[in-house]
Design a protein around this ligand. Sequence first.
Ligand SMILES: *Cc1c(COP(=O)(O)O)cnc(C)c1O
Length: 347
Amino acid sequence: MAKPLLGHLDPEFLEILNGVQRALRQLFSTQNRFTLPLSATGSAGMEACLVNLLEADDRVVIGVNGVFGGRMADVAARAGAKVTRVEAEWGLPLDEEAMVAAIRSEMPKVVAFVHAETSTGVCQDPQAIASAAREAGALVVLDCVTSLAGIPVELDRWGIDAAYSGSQKCLSCSPGLSPVSFSERALHAVATRSTPVQSWYLDVGLLDGYYGGERVYHHTAPISAIYGLAEGLALVSEEGMEKRAGRHREAAAHLIESLAPLGFSPLVPPEHRLPMLTTLRLPESVAKQGEANVRRNLLQRHGIEVGSGLGTLAGQVWRVGLMGENARPESVDALRKALESELSSDH
Ligand SMILES: *Cc1c(COP(=O)(O)O)cnc(C)c1O
Protein backbone atom coordinates (compact mmCIF):
# COMPACT_ATOMS: atom_id res chain seq x y z
CA MET A 1 0.00 0.00 0.00
CA ALA A 2 3.05 2.27 0.35
CA LYS A 3 3.91 1.81 -3.32
CA PRO A 4 3.82 4.97 -5.46
CA LEU A 5 0.35 6.00 -6.57
CA LEU A 6 -0.83 5.43 -10.13
CA GLY A 7 -3.69 7.23 -11.87
CA HIS A 8 -7.06 5.47 -11.78
CA LEU A 9 -7.02 5.23 -15.59
CA ASP A 10 -3.35 4.21 -15.84
CA PRO A 11 -3.05 0.89 -17.74
CA GLU A 12 -0.74 -0.46 -15.06
CA PHE A 13 -3.35 0.21 -12.38
CA LEU A 14 -6.18 -1.18 -14.54
CA GLU A 15 -4.21 -4.43 -14.82
CA ILE A 16 -4.16 -4.65 -11.00
CA LEU A 17 -7.89 -3.86 -10.85
CA ASN A 18 -8.65 -6.58 -13.44
CA GLY A 19 -6.72 -9.06 -11.30
CA VAL A 20 -8.67 -8.03 -8.19
CA GLN A 21 -11.97 -8.49 -10.01
CA ARG A 22 -10.92 -11.94 -11.26
CA ALA A 23 -9.77 -13.01 -7.79
CA LEU A 24 -13.02 -11.79 -6.23
CA ARG A 25 -15.08 -13.83 -8.71
CA GLN A 26 -13.09 -16.87 -7.72
CA LEU A 27 -13.48 -16.22 -3.99
CA PHE A 28 -17.25 -15.59 -4.34
CA SER A 29 -17.44 -18.73 -6.58
CA THR A 30 -19.30 -16.83 -9.26
CA GLN A 31 -19.25 -16.12 -12.97
CA ASN A 32 -20.89 -12.74 -12.29
CA ARG A 33 -19.29 -10.19 -14.62
CA PHE A 34 -20.32 -7.40 -12.22
CA THR A 35 -17.94 -8.22 -9.35
CA LEU A 36 -15.85 -5.40 -7.98
CA PRO A 37 -14.38 -3.72 -4.90
CA LEU A 38 -16.74 -0.88 -4.01
CA SER A 39 -14.92 2.21 -2.70
CA ALA A 40 -16.45 2.16 0.80
CA THR A 41 -16.94 -0.17 3.77
CA GLY A 42 -19.18 -3.23 4.10
CA SER A 43 -22.18 -1.14 5.10
CA ALA A 44 -21.97 0.64 1.74
CA GLY A 45 -21.99 -2.77 0.05
CA MET A 46 -25.18 -3.53 1.97
CA GLU A 47 -26.65 -0.20 0.93
CA ALA A 48 -25.60 -0.76 -2.71
CA CYS A 49 -27.36 -4.13 -2.88
CA LEU A 50 -30.56 -2.85 -1.30
CA VAL A 51 -30.94 0.59 -2.91
CA ASN A 52 -30.26 -0.74 -6.40
CA LEU A 53 -32.73 -3.61 -6.16
CA LEU A 54 -35.50 -1.89 -4.20
CA GLU A 55 -37.79 0.94 -5.22
CA ALA A 56 -40.34 2.71 -3.04
CA ASP A 57 -43.15 0.35 -1.93
CA ASP A 58 -41.35 -2.81 -3.12
CA ARG A 59 -41.73 -5.68 -0.66
CA VAL A 60 -38.66 -7.18 0.97
CA VAL A 61 -38.33 -10.02 3.50
CA ILE A 62 -35.32 -9.71 5.81
CA GLY A 63 -34.03 -12.22 8.34
CA VAL A 64 -33.05 -10.53 11.60
CA ASN A 65 -31.09 -12.48 14.25
CA GLY A 66 -28.47 -9.90 15.12
CA VAL A 67 -27.18 -6.39 14.51
CA PHE A 68 -26.47 -6.74 10.81
CA GLY A 69 -29.84 -8.21 9.81
CA GLY A 70 -31.33 -5.29 11.72
CA ARG A 71 -29.14 -2.85 9.78
CA MET A 72 -30.37 -4.34 6.49
CA ALA A 73 -33.97 -3.79 7.58
CA ASP A 74 -33.15 -0.18 8.47
CA VAL A 75 -31.45 0.48 5.11
CA ALA A 76 -34.36 -1.08 3.19
CA ALA A 77 -36.95 0.93 5.15
CA ARG A 78 -35.06 4.17 4.44
CA ALA A 79 -35.12 3.26 0.74
CA GLY A 80 -38.93 3.31 1.05
CA ALA A 81 -39.41 -0.45 0.76
CA LYS A 82 -42.12 -2.36 2.66
CA VAL A 83 -40.06 -4.45 5.06
CA THR A 84 -41.13 -7.73 6.62
CA ARG A 85 -38.69 -8.65 9.38
CA VAL A 86 -38.47 -12.34 10.28
CA GLU A 87 -36.89 -12.34 13.71
CA ALA A 88 -34.98 -15.13 15.43
CA GLU A 89 -33.35 -15.28 18.83
CA TRP A 90 -29.83 -13.82 18.94
CA GLY A 91 -27.40 -16.75 19.09
CA LEU A 92 -29.55 -18.98 16.89
CA PRO A 93 -29.88 -19.14 13.09
CA LEU A 94 -32.98 -17.92 11.27
CA ASP A 95 -35.88 -20.35 11.32
CA GLU A 96 -35.94 -21.59 7.72
CA GLU A 97 -39.65 -22.47 7.92
CA ALA A 98 -40.53 -18.99 9.18
CA MET A 99 -38.48 -17.42 6.36
CA VAL A 100 -40.10 -19.66 3.74
CA ALA A 101 -43.59 -18.90 5.11
CA ALA A 102 -42.92 -15.14 4.97
CA ILE A 103 -41.56 -15.44 1.42
CA ARG A 104 -44.65 -17.39 0.26
CA SER A 105 -47.11 -14.99 1.86
CA GLU A 106 -45.36 -11.72 0.92
CA MET A 107 -44.09 -12.72 -2.56
CA PRO A 108 -41.40 -10.03 -2.14
CA LYS A 109 -39.11 -8.55 -4.79
CA VAL A 110 -36.07 -9.17 -2.56
CA VAL A 111 -35.14 -11.59 0.23
CA ALA A 112 -32.10 -10.58 2.29
CA PHE A 113 -30.18 -12.16 5.14
CA VAL A 114 -26.73 -12.52 6.70
CA HIS A 115 -24.41 -15.47 6.05
CA ALA A 116 -22.09 -14.88 9.03
CA GLU A 117 -23.74 -12.79 11.79
CA THR A 118 -20.74 -11.16 13.46
CA SER A 119 -22.81 -9.81 16.35
CA THR A 120 -23.70 -13.32 17.58
CA GLY A 121 -21.29 -15.80 15.95
CA VAL A 122 -24.03 -17.65 14.06
CA CYS A 123 -23.57 -19.18 10.61
CA GLN A 124 -26.64 -19.33 8.35
CA ASP A 125 -26.88 -22.04 5.71
CA PRO A 126 -28.16 -19.99 2.76
CA GLN A 127 -29.45 -22.81 0.56
CA ALA A 128 -33.02 -23.48 1.71
CA ILE A 129 -33.92 -19.81 2.05
CA ALA A 130 -32.31 -18.89 -1.27
CA SER A 131 -34.14 -21.61 -3.17
CA ALA A 132 -37.51 -20.70 -1.62
CA ALA A 133 -36.86 -17.08 -2.58
CA ARG A 134 -35.98 -18.03 -6.15
CA GLU A 135 -39.12 -20.20 -6.42
CA ALA A 136 -41.14 -17.16 -5.41
CA GLY A 137 -39.38 -15.10 -8.10
CA ALA A 138 -37.48 -12.98 -5.58
CA LEU A 139 -33.92 -11.72 -5.82
CA VAL A 140 -31.64 -12.98 -3.05
CA VAL A 141 -29.23 -10.64 -1.21
CA LEU A 142 -26.59 -12.20 1.05
CA ASP A 143 -24.34 -10.38 3.55
CA CYS A 144 -20.91 -12.05 3.24
CA VAL A 145 -18.92 -9.40 5.11
CA THR A 146 -17.48 -11.78 7.70
CA SER A 147 -17.79 -15.07 5.79
CA LEU A 148 -15.75 -14.22 2.68
CA ALA A 149 -12.22 -15.68 2.89
CA GLY A 150 -13.00 -17.41 6.20
CA ILE A 151 -15.54 -20.06 5.14
CA PRO A 152 -16.53 -21.09 1.61
CA VAL A 153 -18.89 -18.70 -0.21
CA GLU A 154 -20.61 -20.08 -3.32
CA LEU A 155 -22.88 -17.46 -4.83
CA ASP A 156 -23.73 -19.29 -8.05
CA ARG A 157 -24.37 -22.68 -6.50
CA TRP A 158 -26.60 -21.15 -3.81
CA GLY A 159 -28.47 -18.91 -6.26
CA ILE A 160 -27.49 -15.58 -4.72
CA ASP A 161 -28.25 -12.48 -6.84
CA ALA A 162 -26.37 -9.81 -4.94
CA ALA A 163 -23.72 -10.15 -2.25
CA TYR A 164 -21.33 -7.86 -0.45
CA SER A 165 -18.32 -8.21 1.82
CA GLY A 166 -15.65 -6.09 3.50
CA SER A 167 -11.88 -5.87 3.13
CA GLN A 168 -11.10 -5.81 6.86
CA LYS A 169 -12.65 -9.04 8.15
CA CYS A 170 -11.29 -12.41 6.95
CA LEU A 171 -9.46 -10.78 4.04
CA SER A 172 -7.26 -9.06 6.66
CA CYS A 173 -6.83 -5.89 4.60
CA SER A 174 -7.32 -2.30 5.71
CA PRO A 175 -10.96 -1.20 6.06
CA GLY A 176 -12.47 0.82 3.24
CA LEU A 177 -13.38 -1.55 0.40
CA SER A 178 -16.50 -3.65 -0.07
CA PRO A 179 -16.29 -6.49 -2.58
CA VAL A 180 -19.74 -6.78 -4.23
CA SER A 181 -21.19 -9.05 -6.88
CA PHE A 182 -24.46 -8.82 -8.86
CA SER A 183 -25.94 -11.58 -11.03
CA GLU A 184 -27.31 -10.86 -14.51
CA ARG A 185 -30.84 -11.21 -13.05
CA ALA A 186 -30.01 -8.55 -10.49
CA LEU A 187 -28.51 -6.24 -13.14
CA HIS A 188 -31.63 -6.74 -15.25
CA ALA A 189 -33.80 -5.78 -12.28
CA VAL A 190 -31.76 -2.59 -11.86
CA ALA A 191 -31.90 -1.78 -15.59
CA THR A 192 -35.70 -2.12 -15.65
CA ARG A 193 -36.44 0.02 -12.59
CA SER A 194 -39.18 2.60 -13.03
CA THR A 195 -37.26 5.22 -11.02
CA PRO A 196 -33.54 6.09 -10.99
CA VAL A 197 -31.45 4.55 -8.19
CA GLN A 198 -31.69 7.00 -5.30
CA SER A 199 -27.92 6.87 -4.63
CA TRP A 200 -25.75 8.33 -7.40
CA TYR A 201 -22.52 7.01 -5.85
CA LEU A 202 -23.78 3.43 -5.47
CA ASP A 203 -25.74 3.18 -8.75
CA VAL A 204 -24.53 -0.09 -10.29
CA GLY A 205 -25.37 1.13 -13.79
CA LEU A 206 -22.97 4.05 -13.36
CA LEU A 207 -20.36 1.94 -11.54
CA ASP A 208 -20.45 -0.51 -14.45
CA GLY A 209 -19.13 2.21 -16.76
CA TYR A 210 -15.79 2.13 -14.94
CA TYR A 211 -15.57 -1.38 -13.47
CA GLY A 212 -17.33 -3.06 -16.40
CA GLY A 213 -14.43 -2.62 -18.79
CA GLU A 214 -15.04 0.68 -20.58
CA ARG A 215 -13.17 2.38 -17.76
CA VAL A 216 -15.17 5.58 -17.99
CA TYR A 217 -14.59 7.92 -15.04
CA HIS A 218 -17.29 7.64 -12.35
CA HIS A 219 -15.42 8.32 -9.12
CA THR A 220 -11.70 8.09 -8.39
CA ALA A 221 -10.78 4.55 -7.37
CA PRO A 222 -8.86 4.40 -4.03
CA ILE A 223 -5.57 3.25 -5.54
CA SER A 224 -3.61 2.32 -2.39
CA ALA A 225 -6.51 0.42 -0.86
CA ILE A 226 -6.80 -1.62 -4.06
CA TYR A 227 -3.06 -2.42 -3.97
CA GLY A 228 -3.69 -3.77 -0.47
CA LEU A 229 -6.70 -5.83 -1.51
CA ALA A 230 -4.77 -7.28 -4.46
CA GLU A 231 -2.12 -8.50 -2.03
CA GLY A 232 -4.72 -9.83 0.44
CA LEU A 233 -6.39 -11.79 -2.36
CA ALA A 234 -3.03 -13.12 -3.54
CA LEU A 235 -2.40 -14.46 -0.03
CA VAL A 236 -5.80 -16.19 -0.02
CA SER A 237 -5.11 -17.82 -3.35
CA GLU A 238 -1.59 -18.87 -2.32
CA GLU A 239 -2.95 -20.55 0.81
CA GLY A 240 -6.00 -21.99 -0.95
CA MET A 241 -9.53 -21.48 0.36
CA GLU A 242 -9.90 -25.04 1.64
CA LYS A 243 -6.78 -24.79 3.78
CA ARG A 244 -7.72 -21.31 4.92
CA ALA A 245 -11.17 -22.47 6.03
CA GLY A 246 -9.51 -25.36 7.87
CA ARG A 247 -7.16 -22.95 9.63
CA HIS A 248 -10.15 -20.88 10.80
CA ARG A 249 -11.95 -24.01 12.07
CA GLU A 250 -8.87 -25.20 13.94
CA ALA A 251 -8.27 -21.81 15.55
CA ALA A 252 -11.88 -21.67 16.80
CA ALA A 253 -11.71 -25.21 18.18
CA HIS A 254 -8.44 -24.35 19.92
CA LEU A 255 -10.02 -21.22 21.40
CA ILE A 256 -13.02 -23.06 22.84
CA GLU A 257 -10.82 -25.82 24.23
CA SER A 258 -8.25 -23.42 25.70
CA LEU A 259 -10.74 -21.17 27.48
CA ALA A 260 -13.01 -23.93 28.79
CA PRO A 261 -10.80 -24.54 31.87
CA LEU A 262 -11.22 -20.83 32.72
CA GLY A 263 -15.00 -21.23 32.64
CA PHE A 264 -15.84 -19.74 29.22
CA SER A 265 -18.46 -21.63 27.23
CA PRO A 266 -19.73 -21.02 23.68
CA LEU A 267 -23.18 -19.45 23.25
CA VAL A 268 -23.97 -20.92 19.83
CA PRO A 269 -24.79 -24.64 19.34
CA PRO A 270 -21.86 -26.41 17.60
CA GLU A 271 -23.65 -27.00 14.27
CA HIS A 272 -24.37 -23.26 13.83
CA ARG A 273 -21.07 -21.84 15.08
CA LEU A 274 -18.91 -19.57 12.96
CA PRO A 275 -15.18 -20.27 13.13
CA MET A 276 -14.02 -16.65 12.72
CA LEU A 277 -16.17 -15.16 15.48
CA THR A 278 -16.84 -17.03 18.68
CA THR A 279 -19.31 -15.76 21.25
CA LEU A 280 -18.40 -16.91 24.75
CA ARG A 281 -20.51 -16.82 27.91
CA LEU A 282 -18.52 -15.32 30.76
CA PRO A 283 -17.45 -17.10 33.93
CA GLU A 284 -18.06 -15.72 37.42
CA SER A 285 -14.39 -14.68 37.69
CA VAL A 286 -14.86 -12.20 34.83
CA ALA A 287 -18.21 -10.91 36.08
CA LYS A 288 -16.66 -10.27 39.51
CA GLN A 289 -14.04 -7.89 38.08
CA GLY A 290 -16.54 -6.33 35.68
CA GLU A 291 -16.33 -7.67 32.14
CA ALA A 292 -15.55 -4.22 30.68
CA ASN A 293 -12.63 -3.83 33.11
CA VAL A 294 -11.17 -7.17 32.06
CA ARG A 295 -11.48 -6.25 28.38
CA ARG A 296 -9.82 -2.90 29.04
CA ASN A 297 -6.94 -4.63 30.86
CA LEU A 298 -6.53 -7.16 28.06
CA LEU A 299 -6.10 -4.29 25.65
CA GLN A 300 -3.93 -2.03 27.81
CA ARG A 301 -1.67 -4.65 29.38
CA HIS A 302 -1.58 -7.31 26.67
CA GLY A 303 -2.50 -5.58 23.41
CA ILE A 304 -5.44 -7.93 22.84
CA GLU A 305 -8.83 -6.59 21.80
CA VAL A 306 -11.92 -8.64 22.55
CA GLY A 307 -15.40 -7.53 21.45
CA SER A 308 -18.24 -6.88 23.89
CA GLY A 309 -21.64 -8.51 23.68
CA LEU A 310 -24.13 -6.54 21.60
CA GLY A 311 -27.86 -5.86 21.99
CA THR A 312 -29.57 -8.34 24.26
CA LEU A 313 -26.22 -10.11 24.82
CA ALA A 314 -24.42 -7.01 26.21
CA GLY A 315 -22.58 -7.79 29.44
CA GLN A 316 -23.25 -11.52 29.10
CA VAL A 317 -20.83 -12.61 26.41
CA TRP A 318 -17.60 -11.67 24.68
CA ARG A 319 -17.05 -11.89 20.96
CA VAL A 320 -13.60 -13.21 20.08
CA GLY A 321 -12.61 -12.65 16.47
CA LEU A 322 -10.05 -14.96 14.86
CA MET A 323 -10.20 -13.61 11.32
CA GLY A 324 -7.79 -14.05 8.45
CA GLU A 325 -4.19 -13.58 9.57
CA ASN A 326 -5.32 -13.72 13.18
CA ALA A 327 -6.83 -17.22 12.91
CA ARG A 328 -3.77 -18.96 14.35
CA PRO A 329 -3.07 -20.97 17.51
CA GLU A 330 -0.53 -18.32 18.65
CA SER A 331 -3.31 -15.72 18.91
CA VAL A 332 -5.38 -18.09 21.02
CA ASP A 333 -2.44 -18.98 23.26
CA ALA A 334 -1.66 -15.28 23.80
CA LEU A 335 -5.27 -14.67 24.86
CA ARG A 336 -5.29 -17.66 27.18
CA LYS A 337 -2.07 -16.54 28.89
CA ALA A 338 -3.32 -12.97 29.25
CA LEU A 339 -6.60 -14.17 30.75
CA GLU A 340 -4.85 -16.54 33.14
CA SER A 341 -2.84 -13.62 34.41
CA GLU A 342 -5.82 -11.23 34.61
CA LEU A 343 -8.07 -13.73 36.36
CA SER A 344 -5.49 -15.05 38.81
CA SER A 345 -6.02 -14.24 42.49
CA ASP A 346 -3.36 -11.48 42.64
CA HIS A 347 -5.66 -9.12 40.70
C1 LIG B 1 -18.67 -5.60 9.77
C2 LIG B 1 -19.98 -6.03 9.18
C3 LIG B 1 -20.79 -5.18 8.39
C4 LIG B 1 -20.47 -3.74 8.20
O1 LIG B 1 -19.25 -3.52 7.62
P1 LIG B 1 -18.46 -2.12 7.83
O2 LIG B 1 -17.22 -2.36 7.05
O3 LIG B 1 -18.27 -1.97 9.29
O4 LIG B 1 -19.31 -1.05 7.25
C5 LIG B 1 -21.93 -5.70 7.83
N1 LIG B 1 -22.30 -6.97 8.04
C6 LIG B 1 -21.58 -7.81 8.81
C7 LIG B 1 -22.05 -9.21 9.00
C8 LIG B 1 -20.40 -7.37 9.41
O5 LIG B 1 -19.68 -8.19 10.17
